[in-house]
Design a protein around this ligand. Structure first.
Ligand SMILES: CC(C)(COP(=O)(O)OP(=O)(O)OC[C@H]1O[C@@H](n2cnc3c(N)ncnc32)[C@H](O)[C@@H]1OP(=O)(O)O)[C@@H](O)C(=O)NCCC(=O)NCCS
Length: 434
């Protein structure tokens, strides 16, 4: 989500606040919660002409514990899966986007950088880099056929996109092979024409052709029905720029220089043995992360090839650090973040916001708070403007103390063709999608 900091309850307003926060921010937070609830109840009553026809948890079934957890529909024989693509309006055609091709990758980059997710006030738009897109779309075992574009037949212009990648995700005690569906985008000029449902049906068909029947996805909008709803939190690293571009606001009792002082970080990390992850660390990191993720109700099942792909550092894409005990050389802790800049729309001085997004973090010996403080220190030293984190896993334990402020949007997680008995708390989720 292109999200930004709420003016309510950001640390700028509460520089001297006690752990409970001050009275005015409590009121603001309560108002936020009420407005969120009203929004959610409105969306409960909303009709979803497409999603009501799909095998997803429906609002009417919320709280009905007699329905079994697991696949909503059984797999159909592969011979019964529709062989031809769904019909598009006549002027458009389906294409498979070959992300190995520099030209195609550039076309996808251009479509997304001009038309993908914006914040509610249209100040920022995600600007996934080409290298990031290549990384995100070519994990072990990926299918090119799941990188789906729509072109205008006459001009060949790419006007819509949707992708899937394969993943093994554990839901409670069941490991399910799924597609992670992402990067759904329709050109701004073609919105509200019901193209998105056709895109979703086509990616579903191509997933079925690989004998895969479940999917996981996230969205900023409420659809039937989230398995959990998370919130982004933002830690200012370059508060002056963030305030100047409208990402955050100067608190009423704050000056710029006090704000800069509030967010200042040391120049170097404090944990002995904190270093970059290297290729030879893959087996140890895999053991560490597998054991750590096993405590969450839903989490990916990573093997060594996944860890090599998703967590080995890749410049300007993903950064990973670990703690190697100076005496025993044991790998005890791990933290990582990915790089996702946003374009700052219509700003002449600053074209982009450089954002780090917390990815997977594991603490066994180093307190998580200290580990994440070191992650903030390296992100600052690499010139990131802001460090973002969802309230998933154990993140809540460090957010307030490390001066993160809550964002103004929610990120909802969904499963396709898989019912869970009870929605999860964000802290019960061990999954981060890009
Ligand atoms: C998301 C997007 C592709 C939807 O296209 P659209 O032209 O606005 O909507 P369409 O008329 O084609 O389709 C509407 C249907 O798609 C559903 N839909 C909208 N956004 C969706 C999303 N992110 N995920 C799944 N379904 C979505 C709607 O709920 C609606 O179905 P319903 O009637 O059952 O509720 C388009 O708005 C877009 O490109 N937005 C910017 C990028 C973005 O937000 N991508 C999603 C990232 S999670």
């Amino acid at each position: 989500m292109a999200d930004k900091e709420t003016s309510a309850d950001s640390p700028e307003e509460t520089p001297n606040s006690t752990p409970g926060g001050n009275a005015s921010s409590e009121v603001d937070l309560a108002l936020n919660t009420i407005s969120q609830r009203v929004q959610e109840s409105l969306s409960l009553g909303k009709r979803h002409t497409f999603w009501e026809t799909q095998p997803v948890g429906q609002f009417k079934d919320l709280g009905n514990t007699s329905l079994p957890e697991g696949p909503i529909e059984p797999p159909t024989p592969l011979s019964e899966v529709r062989q031809e693509p769904y019909n598009l309006p006549n002027q458009f055609e389906w294409v498979t986007c070959d992300m190995d091709s520099d030209d195609v990758c550039s076309e996808v980059y251009t479509l997304l950088s001009n038309n993908y997710v914006e914040d509610d006030e249209n100040l920022f738009r995600f600007n996934y880099s080409k290298e990031f897109l290549r990384w995100a779309l070519r994990p072990p075992g990926y299918f090119s056929s799941w990188h789906i574009g729509v072109r205008v037949k006459s001009s060949k212009k790419l006007v819509a996109f949707i992708t899937g990648i394969p993943a093994r995700i554990r839901v409670h005690d069941k490991i399910v092979t799924m597609a992670e569906v992402n990067f759904l985008c329709v050109h701004k000029k073609l919105r509200s024409k019901r193209l998105a449902p056709v895109m979703i049906k086509e990616v579903t068909r191509r997933v079925h052709l690989e004998n895969i029947w479940q999917a996981a996805y996230t969205a900023g909008v409420v659809l039937p029905t989230p398995i959990t709803s998370c919130q982004y939190w933002h830690r200012s690293l370059n508060p002056k720029k963030l305030i100047e571009v409208g990402f955050s606001q100067l608190g009423p009792r704050m000056t710029m220089s006090r704000t800069i002082k509030l967010y200042k970080l040391p120049d170097s990390t404090v944990t002995p043995g904190f270093r970059n992850m290297k290729f030879h660390d893959v087996p140890a990191v895999t053991r560490l992360i597998r054991s750590y993720l096993s405590q969450f109700k839903t989490a990916p099942e990573f093997d060594e090839t996944d860890v090599e792909h998703w967590l080995l550092p890749k410049e300007n894409v993903v950064d990973s650090y670990l703690v190697e005990c100076p005496e025993t050389h044991e790998i005890t802790d791990f933290c990582s973040f990915y790089t996702l800049p946003s374009s700052i729309l219509g700003n002449q001085t600053y074209p982009t916001l450089k954002a780090a997004y917390s990815y997977y973090n594991v603490s066994t010996k180093t307190p998580l708070l200290q580990l994440m403080n070191d992650a903030l220190i390296v992100a600052k030293s690499k010139d990131y403007d802001v460090f973002n984190a969802l309230d998933v896993m154990h993140n809540e334990s460090f957010l307030r103390e490390l001066k993160f402020g809550p964002g103004d949007g929610k990120l909802h997680y969904y499963l396709y063709n898989y019912r869970i008995n009870q929605p999860l708390k964000p802290s019960e989720l061990g999954l981060v999608l890009l």
